[in-house]
Design a protein around this ligand. Structure first.
Ligand SMILES: NC(=O)c1ccc[n+]([C@@H]2O[C@H](COP(=O)([O-])OP(=O)(O)OC[C@H]3O[C@@H](n4cnc5c(N)ncnc54)[C@H](O)[C@@H]3O)[C@@H](O)[C@H]2O)c1
Length: 311
């Protein structure tokens, strides 16, 4: 397998800006590529903001953070990616756009460069149709914000070789992440679980069982608290399988099994309430509450990561 010296991140949006930091933190020179100069400019600002948070949290010294930022180069031309050994693509979540991207990219990068998509759940096998030597292509699904959240789903498409999956896993370990290797399935594992929780949460609110605030509290102060330390199978073992079996018997028939997104979520979207990014979602993010929420999120996540995973 190719030695990994030069890393490229394609797409300098929410994920790309953070991904660049995750690699640069561990010494990799990173080229952050985007079609749009304005996106690169925005990414520069976001990286500065994130790095301020890292220094304030005591995760990096000001000098380490400056060195990290110097390892990131911002590029607008795909030709600049010619020396890439390892690429993570984080462009728009659209199969046709991703296909166009890989068709243009493959003749530029070395034939044995490892290529990964950060797709949230599009089929890796389907994206691979536009990749030459698809055995060197895999899913590398990071969570937002990637420079903080430990998990990475490494997704093996039908053509992904074992060597590639293992090489991606080794890179994840070098970045001090917690990789899991999984089979290609719609939405992988994380988003399947997340969507199952979202569907039931929406159902609970719509049925008048609880408010969004109450559901968020149940997650934060009990389930999320517990799941930060023990997964559902470990939790089941701790509680007793017979107990969980009996609860499942009377609960499963009453759970939501809707096949389409519904109700509250649709209403918010129709009213252009898209969340933190445009000032309103289930909650209000106007008048600086958006930045405050992101700052608070990063502060809490950094504390949690330090508390649970510090090596
Ligand atoms: N946002 C999340 O929470 C999250 C989490 C996990 C995975 N993802 C996945 O990561 C990818 C990126 O998501 P995001 O939230 O960062 O999106 P985003 O919209 O913030 O950023 C996408 C960037 O890609 C650029 N771009 C679009 N087409 C391009 C092309 N052909 N070549 C180069 N750059 C191009 C855009 O200019 C933009 O800057 C998606 O596949 C998404 O599903 C997102």
């Amino acid at each position: 397998m190719r030695e990994i010296r030069n890393v490229a991140i394609a797409g300098a949006g929410t994920m790309g800006a953070s991904l660049a930091q995750a690699f640069a933190k561990y010494g990799y020179p990173v080229k952050l590529y985007d079609l749009f100069p304005a996106a690169l400019e925005k990414a520069r600002g976001l990286i500065r903001l994130n790095q301020q948070g890292e220094v304030e949290a005591g995760n990096l010294t000001a000098e380490e953070s400056a060195a990290l930022q110097q390892r990131i180069t911002f590029v607008e031309k795909m030709e600049d990616l010619a020396d890439t050994d390892f690429l993570v693509e984080a462009i728009l979540e659209d199969l046709d756009i991703k296909h166009d991207f890989y068709r243009q990219l493959c003749p530029i990068v070395p034939e044995d460069a490892i290529l990964c998509s950060n797709t949230s759940g599009l089929s890796i096998t389907a994206i691979a149709k536009a990749v030459t030597h698809p055995e060197r292509f895999a899913g590398m699904h990071w969570m937002n914000p990637p420079h903080i959240i430990p998990l990475i789903e490494i997704v093996r498409g039908e053509e992904t070789s074992e060597e590639t999956a293992e090489a991606v896993r080794q890179v994840a370990l070098k970045l001090h992440k917690r990789p899991v290797v999984i089979k290609d399935a719609p939405s992988f594992v994380l988003n399947r679980l997340q969507q199952a929780i979202l569907r039931e949460s929406l159902h609970i609110v719509q049925e008048g069982i609880a408010t969004p605030e109450a559901v968020d509290d149940v997650m934060k102060y009990a389930l999320g608290f517990r799941y930060a330390c023990f997964g559902p199978f470990e939790t089941c073992d701790l509680g007793g399988l017979d107990i969980h079996y009996n609860i499942s018997k009377y609960t499963f028939p009453d759970l939501c099994d809707a096949k389409e997104p519904f109700g509250l979520l649709e209403e918010c979207i129709q009213q252009n309430r898209l969340g933190v990014k445009n000032g309103a979602g289930f909650y209000d993010y106007s008048d600086g509450k958006d930045q405050e929420t992101i700052r608070r999120r990063d502060e809490l996540f950094l504390k949690l990561a330090k508390c649970l995973f510090e090596e």
